[in-house]
Design a protein around this ligand. Structure first.
Ligand code: SF4
Length: 292
């Protein structure tokens, strides 16, 4: 206890800085986490993924579309932006890259055709942050809407997996964004939405205070594990690295950028998936097929 005339020398514990994707990376596989966040230089990754090329172009085009004057936010402008942002990496061949560019263009055109261009979002690719007792969490929200007196977190999805309410409910990232957005903007935020562009579906989840708290506690626990692994290897030898960041082999190994450096992963996934294997199988081609 500090008495009068003495200084309290207790130093607050340093917060561990993390994003939701960093925490999920730890959860998926500590060894892969190590390759990304610990090893320097970062080991060479495998070839680029075509689904990442599609996702990047779509996200970049949508962000740029919202930067236009509202009167210029047309489907044709969105199509032009996808073509401008397009990087043809990871596709089977040039013809496939062009076909996918055209499919991504149609997908974004169709999506923005259903938006009100004058309904200005509160944020686009907006960075938000929140502190817990152990973590300094931050992340970038694809789109933050204000609807009435409440905020809504919107996350664009372009992957092949059909999404369900469980994906929105169970997403730690979306929950962290909701809490961080509410703190940053000083408005309530309980609703999170996944906008799946290939199908046109919007998956919605309304969080309660307790479900947000649970997700934040989960983030805290994962962050604490990762932080103690970092602490265990500060200045230590390679054996300590192996122990602190163990491999967690599983179905994800076939998608791992570092499979070539990991014998544990190779035992369950002898070869990496083809670079275009993650592309959506189908894209809904008619607005009539779209489910709200
Ligand atoms: S190959 Fe599998 S076990 Fe190895 S680092 Fe990648 S995800 Fe982890």
């Amino acid at each position: 206890m500090t008495t009068q005339g003495e200084f309290d020398l207790a130093v607050p514990a340093r917060l561990f800085s993390a994003t939701p994707s960093r925490l999920m990376s730890w959860l998926d596989c500590p060894r892969r986490y190590r390759f990304v966040y610990v090893d320097r230089p970062v080991p060479p990754k495998g070839p680029p993924w075509a689904h990442n090329s599609v996702g990047s172009a779509v996200h970049a085009a949508l962000a740029a579309w919202w930067q236009l004057e509202a009167r210029d936010r047309t489907p044709a402008a969105a199509a032009r932006l996808v073509r401008e942002k397009w990087v043809p990496l990871g596709f089977r061949d040039d013809a496939d890259a062009v076909a996918w560019r055209d499919r991504a263009t149609e997908m974004v055109e169709r999506y923005v055709g259903r938006l009100d261009p004058y309904d200005e979002p509160l944020g686009v690719e907006r960075t938000v942050a929140v502190k817990t007792s152990r973590l300094a969490l931050s992340g970038r929200i694809d789109r933050l809407d204000r609807r009435g007196d409440e905020l809504v977190v919107v996350d664009y999805k372009t992957g092949r997996h059909v999404l369900t309410t469980d994906d929105a409910r169970g997403s730690m990232a979306l929950a962290v964004y909701a809490v961080a957005a509410a703190r940053t903007m000083r408005l309530p935020c309980a609703r999170v939405e996944l906008h799946h562009l290939p199908s046109g579906e919007v998956i919605v989840w309304e969080h309660s205070e307790s479900s947000l708290e649970r997700q934040l506690a989960r983030a805290d626990d994962i962050g604490a594990e990762a932080a103690s692994a970092h602490a265990a290897v500060a200045g230590a030898d390679p054996d300590a690295l192996e122990t602190a960041f163990p491999p967690r082999p599983g179905p994800q190994c076939g998608w791992c950028d570092y499979l070539a450096h990991c014998t544990a992963g190779q035992a369950v996934a002898p070869t990496r998936h083809l670079p275009w294997a993650g592309l959506p199988l189908e894209i809904v081609s008619s607005v009539d097929d779209v489910v709200d």
